[in-house]
Design a protein around this ligand. Structure first.
Ligand code: UDP
Ligand code: MG
Length: 168
């Protein structure tokens, strides 16, 4: 078994159902460590990149609205990077099947997911499904300085005329 990283996202339905503590408690059973965590307001660009593999599906637009928080009127998700031996499978086992109706009822998705009337799976959490996906997703959602470890090679760039917000 190899040490792996995996991206976990508490989706808007998980937040409106007030499941954050419950989800983190269940994930803690996997004995992994958290190397990054943050609340994110999901832009359309981020949503479309994250679900790029589903862009030809009929439910794609609703899926984008879902992850952006439009369906639940809560414009945020909470994202985590977990690390440890066999982390991807351990987390997926706790999270459960993509379709909440097929998911084992003791899993997070089995216990708390639902299928909308238009057929989208509101399944509470995202979890990476392969090492390749995990790397792509972690690099998409986190910048190097937001993680407490250097997970992937970095390079230095010098930016000129950068405008950023600081506390007033
Ligand atoms: N999804 C859906 N219907 C489907 C397949 C996927 O609504 O038939 C949604 C669901 O929210 C899922 C997300 O699209 O979590 C990403 O799909 P993927 O196949 O990557 O499943 P996951 O890796 O999340 O289990
Ligand atoms: Mg997936």
């Amino acid at each position: 078994m190899a040490v792996e990283q995996t991206l976990v996202i508490i989706k808007p339905d998980g937040l409106v159902k007030s499941l954050t503590g419950n989800i983190l408690t269940r994930l803690s059973e996997a004995k992994l460590i958290i190397v990054g965590a943050k609340a994110v307001r999901v832009s359309r660009e981020l949503a479309e990149k994250h679900y790029e593999h589903l862009k030809d599906k009929p439910f794609f637009e609703e899926l984008i609205q879902y992850i952006m928080g439009e369906l639940h009127k809560t414009y945020r998700v909470v994202a985590f990077v977990y690390e440890g031996e066999d982390a991807i499978k351990k987390v997926r086992d706790i999270v459960g099947d993509t379709n909440p109706e097929n998911a084992n009822p003791v899993t997070i998705r089995g216990a708390y997911g639902r299928i909308t009337t238009s057929g989208v799976f509101e399944n509470v959490v995202h979890a990476s499904s392969s090492p390749e996906d995990a790397e792509k997703e972690i690099k998409l959602w986190f910048e190097p300085h937001e993680l407490v470890e250097v997970l992937y090679p970095v390079k230095e760039v010098t930016l000129e005329k950068v405008t950023k917000k600081v506390w007033a």
